[in-house]
Design a protein around this ligand. Structure first.
Ligand SMILES: NC(=O)c1ccc[n+]([C@@H]2O[C@H](COP(=O)([O-])OP(=O)(O)OC[C@H]3O[C@@H](n4cnc5c(N)ncnc54)[C@H](OP(=O)(O)O)[C@@H]3O)[C@@H](O)[C@H]2O)c1
Length: 253
């Protein structure tokens, strides 16, 4: 057991906290466990304080994972932390130091800035579940969101290029936050489209998605984010036009 003393806060109560950190198995082992369908219990770090970060962090707690949430301003999470006393709070850099798997859940326009707060050395080898979408600060047109990327590129490609040693996996970007954790549909398990360059990282994410009630559809390497990120545009159209926000995609074969 190692002790970690960095003025982290537990349940919103700021204090110097000693966090026991057990032996960290390699990502390879974790990925292999996930591939065999075994429950994986890894330390998860969520970067963000918005609806997605709060929802996924609560989901990880429900599934027995140790969790730390990272934000530039912990006061934003005071109410959430009070309702989720098992969660640790920290800065984005503290979260990256703590976690084996990171979830990036920040505004798309701020994704690069948020990772720069962590820095390349701390991201080396980390699995980064990228839930972001490259939504521009522009109003939708006829219910269609505007992106700051084109179809010949994607936000995750930009991030992977800037941090080549991080293992990005796109996931959770094509459904509303309220349906991310164990959604119930008459049509069965919905499909989460994922992509990324690292097969072992995708195995680990597939294991997490399975816990969260999703089947995964692996679309290949990071370039496929060009197709998966715009699913967010498609998903939002019924919401923006007709206030319908409860659907999810399913791939029929
Ligand atoms: N809302 C949904 O239902 C949904 C569904 C699927 C995917 N997504 C995607 O998931 C991501 C998060 O969405 P959200 O609705 O939960 O929250 P959001 O309002 O899009 O983003 C809030 C987060 O952005 C961070 N942020 C903003 N400016 C920043 C900056 N300059 N530097 C660093 N961080 C900055 C904030 O960090 P601090 O905590 O440090 O303030 C905060 O955590 C987005 O990319 C969104 O497109 C959302």
């Amino acid at each position: 057991m190692l002790a970690y003393h960095e003025g982290l806060s537990r349940g919103g109560i700021s204090a110097t906290t000693s966090i026991p950190i057990g032996t960290v198995k390699s990502h390879v082992t974790r990925g292999a466990e996930a591939a065999r369908g075994q429950e994986v219990d890894v330390k998860i770090g969520v970067i963000g304080s918005g609806t997605v970060a709060q929802t996924l962090a609560a989901g990880f707690i429900r599934h027995g994972h140790a969790i730390m949430v990272g934000t530039r301003d912990q006061a934003q999470l005071r109410d959430w932390a009070a309702a989720n006393p098992k969660a640790l709070l920290g800065s984005p850099a503290q979260v990256a130091a703590y976690a084996e798997v990171l979830v990036l859940a920040v505004k798309g326009t701020a994704a690069a800035a948020a990772l720069r707060l962590i820095g390349a050395p701390a991201l080396q080898g980390k699995v980064v579940i990228d839930a972001t979408n490259p939504i521009a600060d522009l109003p939708p047109q006829n219910g269609v969101l505007r992106f700051f990327t084109t179809l010949d590129g994607s936000l995750m490609e930009q991030l992977q290029l800037e941090y080549p040693a991080a293992r990005f996996v796109k996931a959770f970007n094509s459904v509303g936050a309220l349906r991310m954790v164990n959604p119930q549909y008459a049509g069965g398990e919905p499909t989460m489209f994922i992509c990324g360059n690292d097969a072992v990282a995708k195995q680990a994410v597939t294991g997490i998605l399975s816990q969260f009630g999703w089947e995964s559809a692996d679309m290949g390497g990071v370039t496929a984010a060009r197709a998966i990120e715009p699913l967010c545009m498609l998903w939002c159209i019924p919401g923006l036009l007709r206030n319908e926000w409860t659907h999810a995609f399913k791939l029929l074969k």
